[in-house]
Design a protein around this ligand. Structure first.
Ligand code: PLP
Length: 423
């Protein structure tokens, strides 16, 4: 992409040194230089503003720079920006753990903080495995995960992602072999899943799933009944059921957490992305009491050996507490519902376009699925030209806006999608 005005110095100098995410650096276009954010707006160095349709990888649920979060983080910055979590305690983390436990289903009350979603999932997998090792059970080491699933980019999490459609097929031979199944959503896939689970049960430690929506795998939806089937299967074979709510958490699917729509209590829930309202990196692995109890012993060898340097960073915890204040004080779930209705109304007409195979909405997620996207980069440039920040990937154009976006801003986004797709 040719920038409209000369790029800032820092961009042209740094371009030779920065390595971008998920990018072929030989052909990657120069990224758009952002200098300020506010609400659902991103200001670029050349003065243009964009309306953000994806809330910075699904994190900025209250919009950018929310004054309450900013004030709470500023206060924390004054007193104690960071302190190690080993041997020292601080109020933001202990308060946050107490509040998160209160939001979880009964029995999930132990919170392990980390600094990214992938690591939160790593910790969940480690807990599922070690809780068995601590009981002397060494043979059940595999996880049942799902096609279309995404749980992170680290080596343990790559192994529970979709092996083909994921971004990690290159590493297939180097990863732990887990069992990757189609989600059980109809009689045929349920029967196939049951047979697979029965066959592999002696090797299985747990099941990991993104509840209701597989995000990075293409915003694919499945019904709550699927989650109930996974719970029943986990109970039948004694497996640890992990709900990865890193994308679905904090109102995105219309309830505060996706598990609430299923009535299912998993054994572990992972959170990140919108946990701090998009302010700073923080993640949490929230664990059931029986699993936690499997680590209680007089032997230090049975302790959970994990401890990221920046775990429970006080700035992140202050931001997360402030974000929870906002969910308590303001009507975010009603807003998610209204966003969903508007997305339905405004995206539904696109169903009739020749290249569109599906339009679907859940909570504050709107998806237009195409037959294929030949040149995602060109499409992204088109959206930039329309003053929007929309990032098509795989075969979808989607919106996951801040829950505070205004109806006018949202209409601007859906109109841009209509205009660009009509070409
Ligand atoms: C983004 C995501 C992750 C990984 O989180 P990172 O912070 O990028 O490591 C894991 N699981 C799900 C469902 C995600 O959407």
């Amino acid at each position: 992409m040719t920038p409209l005005t000369p790029s800032p110095d820092w961009l042209t100098a740094g371009w030779n040194h920065v390595w971008l995410p998920y990018a072929q650096m030989q052909t990657a276009p120069l990224p758009a230089p952002a200098i300020r954010t506010e609400g659902s707006r991103i200001t670029l160095a050349d003065g243009r503003t964009l309306i953000d349709g994806i809330a910075s990888w699904w994190t900025a649920c209250h919009g950018y720079n929310h004054p309450h979060i900013r004030a709470e983080v500023a206060k924390q910055l004054e007193t104690m920006p960071h302190i190690m979590f080993g041997g020292l305690a601080h109020e933001p983390a202990y308060r946050l753990a107490t509040r998160l436990a209160a939001l979880m289903p009964a029995g999930l009350e132990r919170v392990f903080f980390t600094d990214s979603g992938s690591v939160a999932v790593e910790v969940a997998l480690k807990i599922a495995l070690q809780s068995r090792l601590n009981h002397g059970e060494t043979t059940r080491t595999k996880f049942l995960a799902f096609q279309g699933g995404y749980h992170g980019d680290t080596f343990a999490t790559m192994a529970v992602c979709d092996p083909e459609e994921g971004m990690h097929s290159l590493f297939a031979g180097m990863l732990t072999n887990h069992i990757i199944a189609p989600l059980p959503t109809d009689p045929a896939s349920i029967a196939a899943f049951d047979a697979l689970a029965a066959r592999h049960a002696p090797d299985l430690a747990g099941i990991i799933v993104e509840p209701l929506v597989q995000g990075a795998g293409g915003m694919r939806f499945h019904p709550p009944a699927t989650l109930r089937h996974l719970r029943a299967t986990a109970d039948h074979y004694g497996l640890t059921l992990i709900f990865d709510e890193i994308f679905t958490g904090f109102g995105r699917t219309g309830t505060l957490f996706a598990y609430q729509q299923s009535g299912v209590t998993p054994d572990i829930i992972t959170l990140s992305k919108a946990l701090t309202g998009g302010t700073s990196p923080l993640a949490a692995t929230i664990v059931s009491t029986p699993l936690f109890n499997a680590f209680l012993d007089t032997s230090p060898a049975k302790a959970l050996m994990h401890g990221p340097t920046f775990m429970a960073n006080p700035l992140g915890c202050a931001a997360a507490n402030a974000s929870l204040d906002l969910f308590e004080r303001e009507s975010r779930l009603e807003a998610a519902h209204a966003i969903g209705q508007q997305l339905n109304t405004e995206l539904a007409p696109l169903q009739s376009l020749p290249n569109v195979v599906d339009v679907r909405v859940m909570g504050a997620i709107g998806v237009v699925q195409l037959k294929s996207i030949e040149n995602p980069a060109a499409l992204r440039t088109e959206f930039l030209r329309h003053g929007t920040w929309i990032r098509p990937f795989r075969d979808i154009v989607y919106l996951t806006p801040a829950l505070t976006i205004s109806p006018d801003e949202l209409s601007h986004l859906t109109a841009a999608i209509g205009t660009v797709l009509k070409g």
